[in-house]
Design a protein around this ligand. Structure first.
Ligand code: UD1
Length: 370
């Protein structure tokens, strides 16, 4: 096959949770480099070292070929900037396929541009639904799935959701979870992480907290409730909290930063790189989070996960895995924590096809169908 006949695949990443999804895809596409030319675009939605470059270093992702430098803004402005910057890149490079992953603004912005230029769009992690349209990610997921020509699904609920939405079965592929590919591929490096020594922590002596969703941190009332919850948990166990930059800004805006910092057994740290963070989770008693991906990672690692939300787009982590929804209700959180500390925990199982080979399945399918 001559160089000219290679299929041109443009793969887009923009924000932290995208990077662990594109890492195994880049590797899998590399196995098909005889047939595929890969162009990696970083939109710059996330730009701090700890929110972006550290993942490229940790996961061995090649330098992006194109960097759009869109930065932070309101949803409309950020999505518009992504689209305006991505369109000329599409026009210049004329890819055969654009691959978008997850549910961030970069996902939907680039899918829309590619679709209007009549380019094939494929969505990795399609079909997830929280059925909560107040979440920006839910809007991003629905619109991206509507536009996609191929939809790669990570868990069984995704198949049912897409079927109900009338997506033709020929467009849908149940391929497994690319985030878990990354976890499996990096397990030896994760095992060697020195993060516990660095933070002076013993395995099983602490819990991990990550909270950054608008519904939890944008209003002073919600954040004050979180403060009260963490204060009461703090009497029972040390809490390690890698704080997302937007949460830190909100803590400051709500005048609560000092109160959080003064909690005696709350260790607030900078956002972490991938291997350090997974090592921290793997050795914890439990995780309290509002993240999407961490619900999956804890299920795979069989660590109890309390999700501080009223819904999840990843129901298999509850049905099969170690996750439970606790909202922001102090009583149910304390009750769940007491059970965990007594050793009454759900071990769970690992959902189908979370086996480290999702990206390979995607690459093989894409090579054949496009
Ligand atoms: C985005 C995703 C969310 C994901 C999260 C993970 C959308 C709609 N949301 O939310 O699904 O769970 O990433 O991190 O795409 N900021 C920095 N440095 C950075 C990036 C952001 O300081 O490198 C701060 C800025 O104050 C910015 C704020 O974080 O305004 C929010 O960033 P943004 O990309 O808009 O959304 P996230 O809350 O990070």
């Amino acid at each position: 096959m001559t160089h000219k006949s290679k299929k041109k695949i443009m793969i887009v990443a923009g924000a932290r949770p995208n990077f662990m999804k594109i890492a195994p895809l880049m590797m899998a596409f590399d196995c098909f480099k005889k047939d595929l030319e890969i162009i990696l675009v970083h939109t710059g939605q996330h730009y701090d070292f700890q929110m972006s470059q550290v993942f490229f270093q940790d996961l061995g992702i090649p330098e992006p070929d194109i960097f759009l430098e869109v930065g932070s803004a309101s949803h409309a402005e950020q999505t518009a900037k992504i689209m305006t910057a991505f369109e000329p890149v599409m026009v210049k490079h004329k890819p055969d396929v654009v691959v978008v992953v997850g549910d961030v603004n970069s996902t939907v912005g680039c899918a829309l541009v590619a679709s209007k230029l009549n380019c094939r769009v494929v969505h990795v992690e399609a079909g997830l639904r929280s059925f909560d349209r107040t979440m920006p990610e839910e809007i991003n997921r629905m619109v991206t799935d509507c536009l996609a020509d191929f939809l790669y699904v990570s868990e069984e609920s995704g198949l049912q959701n897409l079927k109900k939405e009338g997506i033709p079965p020929s467009k849908i592929v149940f391929c497994g979870n690319v985030m878990i590919d990354t976890l499996i591929a990096n397990r030896h490096v994760i095992a060697r992480s020195a993060i516990l020594q660095k933070l002076n922590l013993e395995p099983q002596s602490y819990a991990v907290v990550t909270l950054h969703r608008p519904s939890n941190v944008d209003s002073p009332e919600a954040m004050d409730e979180i403060y009260t919850i963490l204060k009461s948990l703090n009497t029972k166990i040390t809490l390690v909290y890698p704080v997302h930059p937007r949460t830190k800004v909100m803590m400051g805006n709500h005048g609560l930063l000092k109160k959080f910092e003064d909690l005696p057994k709350l260790l607030m740290v900078e956002p972490m790189g991938y291997c350090n963070f997974i090592c921290l989770v793997k050795n914890s008693r439990f995780v309290l989070t509002d993240s999407g991906g961490i619900q999956e990672e804890t299920t795979f690692l069989r660590i109890p996960c309390l999700t501080m939300r009223d819904n999840t787009e990843r129901p298999s982590t509850i049905r099969i895995g170690t996750n439970q929804l606790v909202g922001r209700d102090q009583k149910s959180i304390l009750k769940a924590v007491e059970q965990i500390l007594k050793g009454k925990i759900k071990r769970g199982r690992i959902p189908p096809l979370w086996d480290g080979r999702a990206a390979q399945r995607i690459a093989r399918h894409l090579t054949h169908v496009t």
